[in-house]
Design a protein around this ligand. Structure first.
Ligand code: ADP
Ligand code: MG
Length: 698
């Protein structure tokens, strides 16, 4: 086996490969496209395609695909082989610039939320040269954007690229005002920490709920759960360790910077964090990481669960989106600087984020909304559904001093006047880590912690980039016209702090009292479910901002609301149907059989010893029979509610019925089933219990 540095990125058509396989001229124009967004001409595309094909074939590839991210949240690919017939009966391997740049998958089965009906039936994929092509199995994968012929984006990548563009544009305007004439681009970067569970394939196969929905719909609390906190950072079990070794290797070959992995709080839960990279690449990499985790797990007899809440009563899985913005020369704009001047600039970018998060709480919340993540947000181990920002004590003190015109009590007492040359140097706060905040400043980046483990990170970053770009646009408009730059700057920062300090909260985000304070006193939003938040994508202020910046068109926004709600409704309906089926065909019969055996035992015992009371058996049979009745009643009830679902075109109405009727009835059915599990002999229970799932991996 070669060393990591030898095989790292060996399956990626990256800069090294391009430089080695393209003429200087072709390489130069491609680089310009990648770095500066200059359009690629067809001659260059042909040369790149030829080199890509040669390289891919040499690495065993036979097919190519335009790899894209439709609105379902997963990735899609349709494989075409390179072969092309030759007159003599043989084949040659061919791949043209045209095929590289543009593809036409049959798009009709991808969700479009009505977009294709109003525009054109077909969709096309377009190469994203900023994300390198790679080989998966025997296929050359070309990262692409997916659009319909009328123009609207049918994917997550297109708006993500647009949001990065506008963030760059507005941030550059600010940098110019601070005298930076050299930066060409501002790039947003992300390092997503990915949580997941591993269970054995054997147990997984025995549970219909896991197979159909990714989570357990039944399951009594095990005698031991996560209360000991002995799993977190604990010793990694051999099967899991072998999986991780294999996973890292696969990821590294694809140039994915998998860096750290450890056990998480819950038993069987783990985390993988990559080193951060440019947002669209990080997004592609995270999608690939999730896919490869699942494939690799199977090779080790395991199943990787990416659902946000696979087990009730046990921590769910999230994804922490570490986000920052930097210039093309690598200056992190969220890093407090060395000089007062840099610090003034830092404070302005910081304020832009604070304003963005407060003004667009709803967009951030809905960017992570799915039926799965609804179980997590607001439960007591994940950030609440209320968004707030953690800044840490030091930065908080700096902002307070600016707001009140009082001296800042740092290393020395200083007036926090942004008359630029008196703004003191302050240390970044890295000690006081608040793990309960949905949106935490961690020294030189923000960590957005509300994402669910299965979410594509594209949505959250689109909203984050766009909202921050909007703050920067407003700031730049004002500053460019200012007669006195420093006074205007100071006033603007001060006003932002005054207007938006309600979003800053440094306490415990899991505390019930905070939710009360947040919603009742501070007026922060608390959208608990997908059905609650999704429609707000179409609120006027949101449409104005997102279309104004050119990140989405109004039609695209409408389509996303439809698709996300449709997804929510369908996921829950599948869960409910699975519950009905399991309760009726597995759980009730198992309890019945056990009750019958207990009753038969009592009869048999009495036949031998006539005066036995058989109180144990009598009580148990009674208890079990009552539970079966209750289960039957609640199953029928849920089924009836499913049959009554409004057969309307109105997805908003349907999502409300799901939230208000179906989900509560599912919870009601679960209660007697879980109770019955506790009273039924283990050998009778029809599928593996929580303890077997959570502690089954060796
Ligand atoms: P933790 O949050 O678990 O303490 P770290 O802070 O070291 O861990 O990093 C978590 C993630 O944040 C990693 O993926 C890391 O690459 C990423 N990260 C670090 N610096 C930045 C940055 N400037 N921009 C974006 N992501 C970053
Ligand atoms: Mg973290």
């Amino acid at each position: 086996m070669s060393t990591v540095s030898e095989y790292f990125g060996s399956l990626v058509f990256d800069d090294r490969v391009m430089r080695a396989n393209l003429s200087a001229e072709v390489y130069g124009s491609l680089r310009k496209t990648i770095d500066e967004g200059i359009e690629l001409d067809i001659g260059v595309a042909n040369a790149v395609a030829e080199a890509m094909k040669e390289w891919a074939v040499a690495h065993g590839a036979t097919h190519f695909t335009h790899w894209f991210q439709p609105l379902t949240g997963i990735t899609a690919e349709k494989h075409d082989s390179f072969i092309s017939p030759s007159p003599d009966g043989s084949v040659i391997m061919e791949f043209s610039g045209k095929e590289l740049i543009k593809g036409e998958p049959d798009a009709s089965s991808f969700p479009s939320g009505g977009l294709r009906a109003t525009f054109e039936a077909r969709g096309y994929t377009a190469w994203d040269p900023t994300s390198y092509a790679f080989i998966k199995g025997k296929t050359l994968c070309i990262p692409t954007a997916f659009c319909s012929y009328g123009g609207p984006a049918l994917d997550k990548k297109t708006p993500l690229l647009r949001s990065m563009e506008v963030l760059s544009k507005e941030a550059l305007r600010i940098l110019r005002l601070f005298g930076n004439q050299t930066a060409k681009r501002v790039v947003s970067s992300v390092g997503p920490e990915q949580e997941y569970f591993l269970i054995t394939k054997e147990m997984y196969d025995k549970r219909q709920d896991l197979r159909f929905t990714g989570r357990t719909l039944f399951g009594a609390k095990p005698p031991k759960g996560q209360e000991m906190d002995d799993h977190y950072f604990g010793v990694i079990k051999p099967t899991v360790a072998a999986f991780m070794v294999d996973l890292n290797e696969e990821l590294w070959k694809l140039g994915i910077l998998a860096k750290t992995e450890h056990n998480e709080v819950a038993p069987a839960q783990h985390e993988l964090a990559p080193i951060y990279t440019t947002t669209n690449i990080a997004t592609d990499h995270n999608q690939l990481t999730m896919e490869i985790m699942q494939k690799t797990a199977l090779k080790h007899g395991l199943v990787c669960l990416l659902h946000e809440k696979p087990f009730a009563g046990v921590n769910g899985s999230g994804k922490h989106n570490n986000w920052s913005i930097a210039t093309d020369s690598g200056q992190n704009l969220l890093s407090p600087g060395e000089t007062p001047y840099e610090n003034a600039q830092f404070l302005l970018f910081l304020c832009a984020v604070i304003k963005a998060v407060d003004d667009y709480q709803d967009l951030l919340r809905l960017s992570v909304a799915t039926a799965g993540n609804d179980h997590r947000l607001g439960a007591n181990e994940a950030p609440p559904a209320v968004i707030s920002i953690f800044l840490g004590d030091e930065l908080n003190a700096v902002l307070e001093a600016i707001e009140t015109d009082l001296p800042y009590e740092g290393t020395q007492k200083t007036q926090m006047k942004l008359g630029v040359d008196v703004l003191p140097k302050f240390n970044r706060d890295t000690t006081d880590r608040n793990r309960t905040s949905p949106f935490a400043f961690t020294g030189n980046k923000f960590e957005f912690r509300m994402l669910g483990s299965s979410n594509s990170i594209a949505c959250a970053n689109i909203m984050l980039n766009a909202a921050v770009a909007e703050s920067l646009r407003i700031y730049a408009d004002r500053l460019e016209k200012a007669e006195d730059f420093e006074t205007t700057l100071h006033e603007m920062i001060k006003k932002t702090i005054k207007d938006h300090k309600r979003i800053i909260f440094n306490g415990n985000g899991y505390d019930e009292a905070w939710i009360k304070e947040a919603t009742e006193q501070r007026g922060l939003l608390n959208y608990r479910t997908t059905a609650d938040c999704m429609p707000h994508l179409l609120d006027e202020k949101n449409v104005t901002m997102l279309t104004g910046l050119g990140v989405f068109t109004e039609d695209e926004l409408r389509s996303r609301v439809d698709i996300m709600l449709d997804n929510y409704v369908k996921s829950v309906i599948i869960e409910a149907n699975t519950m009905v089926d399991m309760a009726r065909t597995q759980i009730a019969p198992a309890i019945e059989k056990y009750a019958m055996d207990v009753a038969t035992a009592a009869v048999a015992k009495k036949a031998i010893v006539a005066d036995l009371a058989c109180g144990y058996e009598a009580n148990l049979v009674k208890k079990l029979s009552q539970l079966i009745d209750e289960i039957t009643e609640k199953t029928d009830d849920l089924e009836a509610a499913l049959l009554k679902l409004p057969d309307t075109e109105d997805i908003m109405e349907e999502s409300c019925v799901i939230r208000d009727v179906i989900l509560p009835k599912m919870s009601e059915l679960r209660v007697p089933c879980d109770e019955a599990e506790i009273h039924t002999a283990k050998s009778y229970w029809p599928f593996p219990a929580y303890e077997e799932l959570l502690f089954g991996v060796s």
